[in-house]
Design a binder for this molecule. Sequence first.
Ligand code: ADP
Length: 679
Amino acid sequence: MNALQLLRNALPGRVRRALLWGALVALLLVAQTLLVMLTVRHEASRQQEAVERVADEVAAELRRTVMRSVQALQAQLWSGGGAAPWQAGATELLRTQREVLRVERRGTDMVLLGSLASPYSAPLFEQLGRDQMSAETELTCSAARRASAPAFSRSYFVPQPGGLGVEVIDACIPVQRDGGHDGFVVLSFGLGSLLEESAGAQRLRRHEFSIVEMDGTRLARAGMARGAGFYHARHLLELPGSALQLRVDSAEGSPQLIPNLSTALVLGLSVVLFALLLLLARDVRRRAQAEHALAEALAFRKAMEDSLSTGLRARTLDGRISYVNPAFCTMVGFSADELRSTAPPPYWPPEHVEEYTERQAARMRAEPVDNPHQEGFETVFMRRDGERFPVMIYETPLVDGAGRHTGWMSAVLDMSAQRRVEELSRQQQERLQASARLATVGEMASLLSHELNQPLAAIASYATGSLNLLQQPDDQTPDMLRHAVTRIAEQAERAGRVIKSVHDFVRRREQARESIRADQLIDAVLPLVRLQARKSGTRIELEYPDPIPRVMCDRTMVEQVLLNLTRNGIQAMETSTPQPQRLLRLRVHPSQEGRVGFSVIDAGPGIPAEVAQRLFTPFFTTRSEGMGLGLSLCRTVIEQHGGALEFESVPQPEGPGGTEFRFTLPDAARVARAVPVRA
Ligand code: ADP
């Protein structure tokens, strides 16, 4: 594993990316800086070279100018003798060469024989006499004589009127006549003019020229511009006997960051490049963020789909399965590939294939807007092992990003577990109700025996009477016997009715709903209610509206509800209500839209708050022989009929407050009217 791989493994993705970007930016910065530096340096060296070239040229020109004057005069001197030639030559020289300020003729002993001044400037030695300023000249001339060649003096300052002055150097030319020495001709050059003449107007505009001594002392300057001191060059003025230097100072300053077009271009490009890099980096970052968000969203969606217990299934417009989630595969026991490639779907039970094909065709033809299956429909699917199971399907149109209807999306719920639970609870409910009925009957056993006692006693006494009559028959015996037997039959029938009402109540189990008049419902339980009421001396009042409504209900169940409520009412009054006030009212009255209300009102002690809270809890009772199932069952039954069981305390004119238990049942007339609409 090399270092790069090690680094890649050790660092998290974000840090690695940041490092790479950092390195790239640093490299770019270094490259840009180098480029700018090189450009600036190149610019500087170009300027320096230019200055050196100028110094070279001007120094040569200066030397040429001086030497030309000297040589011109020398030539003149050699060509003829006497005073006339030097004067003619000097006059010509002074006229043509502005830098020559004065020409002197001196004798062998340095005595001034004559002089001519430049027509372009004031006489040189006006302020100070020539005698006082000839020391340098004399030294130079003696050197020239020794060398028999022209020599140049050191420069000296000649004051001028008005506090000004000129720096001058002299050229001393030894004059030979007839092989012997014949004095000197001295040329005085103004250094300033010399510089101006040699440099030329163009150069003067862009440079400052100075003549300096070896130690750097400036003697004269020329040039319209001031040198910036950044680019400068020195050059030795090779004049015999003199040690002067020419210094050239360019007016150009130090190279700026944007000194010229190319640098500006390079810099501009660098800035643009950098900006582009930043934009690129931002773009890459955004892209990475978007990718990250997308990947997360996808992962989240996948995790969500995988963890769903609801089956998901997408179908194209021609009914082909295009997607199923793992829950759907688990539900039907086929893999996603099998489901996608098999037609008709392998989970359709073979016996239903025809029906389902038609149903699917109808559904696929439906417009997305009038999709009839949004609210869900129930059907039967088959697992791989052949087991049929109920499913609930909710189907919605699948619409793509461009708003096109591309298929259908279904959520499929396996209902088998729910069905099992429902069946179990139905069976339990049934068992509970059966035991509750038995319990009620058990409670009534003593009442029954009491109730049966009367007819049985009557039968027994009629039978005894009849036997007695048969032992001593007379004329009236047949009539009396007939009367007795009729009574026996009546009493037997009465006893039979009592037994039958109990038998009916316990046995009746069918669940079907039927339309029944409200008073018939009450009449059915009335014998049993009266049985109980009579024992405690409770009066019973019935109240029906006119006409008496019919209700749609499970008769057996509702009868039991009525029986439970009346029994509870009678029992409540038995304990604390004085006998004359024991009144149980059974009311039938119109209720809200499409329902009929039933009320059982007692004059008992009412229900205390702590009991009220737990009233409908199964097995809650305050009675020692009670089971506590009555009210909870009553509520279940009423809720199954779409109503609610409620209670309320009813103030009594005298004595403690009673209780009213209320419930409603569907009005049969309404139900009958509603049926054709639904069909
Ligand atoms: P059970 O009759 O077996 O006790 P119920 O569920 O029918 O079971 O009643 C539960 C309790 O509610 C009763 O024990 C009683 O305390 C109270 N209760 C029911 N009906 C009335 C009523 N009309 N007046 C006062 N208390 C009542």
